[in-house]
Design a protein around this ligand. Structure first.
Ligand code: ZN
Length: 310
């Protein structure tokens, strides 16, 4: 095995994480900084630190980033959570800083590839990964390779009506099953007069509720919180059922903060997906948790670089 390594980056709206990873999937170095108002300046500093920390030859830089990427031009088409990066030629910019190959990939796609390399998809050739957090993202591995498509799973339509999504449309999976949708639903329930311990939890200012807080309340037996999680999960299951019908995957791998509420939210999704997917395409235990969680994106980004350089 060649003794080179790569720098892998996970660019999110809150933090930018960097790592040096070798071909045996060992993470040799890690760093993290708050993304801040100027993501490019933060990235530049973190990359400089990584280059200085590298003890073996570097084969390139792999960047997993939030946002929609044009796979032909490698430009970021839009990235709601990263200031000033819409339209940016991130690959060109980073290649200008460091004289080595740079690969850019959407963060959910990179996470899917990471799970293929070293996680819950290692023994599978066809699977879907869904990232379940504030928003919903997706990535697909088909025939053992990463599908270079947007896979905006959060914006598949599960209703002809409903509340407005962050994309401007209505009826999106994300508007029913994401973290922000759960928060909206809990707030609407309390505003409508439904009793809930969420009010006490936040000293009356229930507008501060988070998905974690909803789960906490649900574990205390709060019926509003349990209902919010179950309904979000049921809608997630409708979306997963459609994805199973289209891609007939071996597995649907779930990752992200919301999977912490597995026993209510994901259980409801599994139950609903089992009703919605075609029986012949369903297998038992096909909806499974990620093995790598937060490291899937950097491992995937690293191996997209190794694949190019080998
Ligand atoms: Zn949408």
């Amino acid at each position: 095995m060649r003794k080179d390594s790569v720098i892998a980056v996970d660019m999110g709206g809150t933090n930018i994480r960097t790592a040096i990873i070798d071909r045996s999937q060992t993470i040799l170095y890690r760093n993290v900084q708050a993304t801040g108002p100027d993501p490019l300046a933060t990235l530049k500093e973190l990359l400089q630190d990584s280059v200085s920390a590298a003890k073996t030859a570097l084969s390139g830089i792999g960047i997993a980033t939030a946002g929609l990427i044009d796979h032909k031009t490698c430009r970021i088409l839009s990235s709601p959570n990263l200031n000033n990066l819409a339209g940016a030629d991130l690959k060109g910019i980073v290649e200008g800083w460091h004289n080595m190959p740079v690969v850019i990939e959407n963060d959910a796609n990179a996470a899917a590839y990471g799970e293929k390399i070293a996680g819950a998809g290692a023994d599978k050739n066809d699977f879907i990964l869904l990232t379940l957090g504030t928003g919903i993202g997706g990535g697909i591995v088909t025939g053992g390779r990463l599908l270079k498509s947007a896979v905006e799973a959060g914006h598949i339509k599960i209703s002809s009506t409903g509340s407005q999504c962050s994309c401007g449309d209505t009826g999106c999976l994300e508007a029913y099953a994401s973290g922000w949708a759960m928060v909206n639903s809990a707030i609407q329930g309390i505003e409508a007069g439904t009793e809930s311990i969420i009010k006490q939890m936040y000293n009356g200012n229930f507008y501060k509720i988070t998905p974690e807080g909803i789960y906490e309340a649900a574990l205390e037996g709060d019926s509003l919180a349990r209902g919010v999680l179950r309904e979000a999960g049921r809608h997630l299951g409708i979306g997963i059922g459609s994805l199973i019908n289209i891609f007939s995957p071996e597995a649907v791998i779930l990752t992200g903060g919301l999977t912490g509420a597995w026993n209510i939210y994901v259980d409801a999704a599994i139950k609903e997906a089992s009703k919605r997917a075609l029986k012949d395409l369903l297998t038992e235990d096909m909806i499974i948790p990620s093995a790598l969680q937060g490291d899937a994106g950097i491992i995937g980004a690293a191996f997209l670089v190794f694949d190019k350089s080998s």
